[in-house]
Design a protein. Structure first.
Length: 282
């Protein structure tokens, strides 16, 4: 069952944000997932050196109802192929190694996101976007590239959409939003101040708000009406700008194709018109 996966993905993504006592338990689980699935709370406490209370807190931090659900999700992970570890680029790596590592990281980022992306929230986001009179996509830096890509895709199926590279224009536009508008705020960290401001202004105007952030607790997802989350265990060298970008683009593609599917005949017609116009311009 697809929903019973993602325990290890969530844990890897959240390790740096855990308390020391939770991190100790988390490290044991990542190193011994099979033993964890077969353990009780008391046994895990003894083996990891963490208290039963810390185990319960860890489950809460991971967004599961309890240790039993966490074990089910880990068991689902173990039924798939061997767990993959994101690989760093090293000094003087061969070109073959760089090609393999970057491609594998991107692929794994999408796979891991599939395990934590809640289909009910995706459906809700699609409902919001389908009903919206206007759609605004907000993002800064690498996330602005995602916003521009989304704007282009939705425009091609005749959905009135906007994105702005300039942060001041983003905030100015957000102050004009109404109840029949929707915004998609994109920030991997979920802590980008400009994007948070856009969401606040949009919310004040009555617009529906959707966020796309990394998995876990962050300001943007806590404020959004529909929080969509991705995962990509990235370190400083990638700065959230490679495999996380691929995962964000994948979520945009999901939303775009879901909207296109709902108005299939119209969407195909608009896409064909766009294609023909571009061909004629060459």
């Amino acid at each position: 069952m697809e929903g019973m996966k993602g325990g290890l993905v969530r844990l890897r993504a959240l390790m740096d944000d855990l308390t020391p006592s939770e991190r100790k338990i988390g490290a044991y689980i990542l190193d011994h997932p099979q033993e964890t699935v077969q353990s009780s709370v008391a046994q895990l406490s003894e083996r990891s050196g963490g208290s039963p209370a810390a185990i319960i807190r860890l489950c809460k931090s991971l967004g599961v109802t309890g240790f039993q659900e966490l074990k089910l999700k880990i068991a689902g992970d173990l039924q798939t192929s061997e767990p993959y570890q994101y690989t760093e680029i090293r000094p003087q790596d061969s070109m073959e190694s760089i090609i393999q590592h970057v491609s594998a990281n991107n692929i794994q980022s999408v796979k891991d996101t599939v395990h934590i992306l809640d289909p009910r929230l995706v459906e809700k986001a699609v409902d919001v976007l389908h009903q919206a009179n206007r759609i605004f996509f907000y993002g800064v830096g690498a996330s602005n590239l995602i916003a521009l890509d989304a704007h282009y895709k939705f425009m091609r199926i005749n959905r009135t959409s906007f994105s702005f590279a300039d942060p001041h224009m983003q905030i100015s536009s957000a102050t004009t939003l109404r109840e029949d508008d929707a915004v998609v705020c994109i920030s991997y960290s979920g802590e980008t101040s400009n994007v948070i401001s856009c969401l606040k202004h949009a919310h004040d105007g009555g617009a529906a708000t959707i966020s796309i952030t990394k998995w876990g607790s962050n300001t943007l997802s806590s404020m959004a009406d529909v929080p969509l989350m991705i995962t990509s265990t990235e370190s400083d060298i990638r700065s959230g700008a490679t495999s996380s970008r691929i995962a964000q683009l994948n979520v945009i593609d999901i939303l775009y194709l879901a909207i296109a599917s709902r108005d299939y005949n119209q969407s195909v017609e608009y896409l064909e018109k766009s294609r023909q116009a571009i061909l004629e311009h060459k």
